[in-house]
Design a protein around this ligand. Structure first.
Ligand code: COA
Length: 179
């Protein structure tokens, strides 16, 4: 349950091209601070080259993502400020993959991630999806706890070769979308 301040207006909705601009600025600003969660979560822990992350959060890539019919891109907005987002990508008729979920650090642990996830599931259910998968870093204890608390089940622990040439130790989770 969202347990932020009760009089705050927080909404979750589909991201627009305008939102992509705000998100682009927010993520790049986050990367400027090497001690930030945005930097640690995206670059440090997975050894992802900064250039690669900058490309993922470039205005072009984000604009393309919000327009992509295979993706469900939701954002959380509080008092007109973007505070988080979740991106899922259709894999086939029945399965979607949670590609990214991220909240600004000051908004973590208040139920917003759970809310973003449940709105995603509502939409996926309407669209007849049966399964949501996610790949978490094996050592990402907090993210793994978040997925497990939200009903995801561990399918396997594995390693893959990342496009930037490093071995990634992953935990693969699945959540059955009940109709
Ligand atoms: C992971 C994340 C999306 C979870 O969303 P959230 O709103 O913080 O989580 P909720 O408040 O809905 O749920 C709380 C549970 O999530 C887990 N959790 C994960 N990260 C947490 C954080 N930074 N702070 C508090 N709880 C966190 C805990 O298990 C917590 O429950 P508990 O305190 O009873 O153990 C969010 O913390 C985040 O964006 N973290 C940084 C980026 C990241 O790790 N993304 C996922 C991998 S791509």
């Amino acid at each position: 349950m969202y347990n932020g301040r009760p009089n705050m207006a927080m909404i979750i909705r589909k991201a627009t091209v305008e939102d992509a601009k705000q998100l682009h600025k927010m993520m790049l600003a986050g990367l400027e601070d090497k001690t930030s969660e945005a930097y640690k979560a995206n670059i440090e822990r997975f050894g992802i080259p900064e250039e690669y992350v900058r490309r993922v959060f470039s205005l072009e890539a984000l604009t393309k993502a919000v327009k992509d019919p295979k993706q469900l891109f939701l954002i959380a907005v509080e008092n007109q400020k973007l505070i988080g987002f979740v991106q899922t990508i259709r894999q086939n008729e029945t399965t979607a993959e949670l590609d990214r979920i991220f909240l600004v650090p000051e908004m973590t642990g208040k139920g917003v991630g759970t809310l973003l996830l449940s709105k995603t599931l509502e939409t996926l259910k309407r669209e007849k999806f049966e399964k949501l998968t996610v790949k978490a870093g094996r050592d990402e204890t907090q993210a793994r706890r978040f997925y497990e608390k939200n009903g995801f089940e561990l399918v396997e622990e594995t390693s893959i070769q990342a496009p930037w040439g490093r071995e990634l130790r992953l935990a693969i989770y699945e959540l059955e979308i009940k109709s």
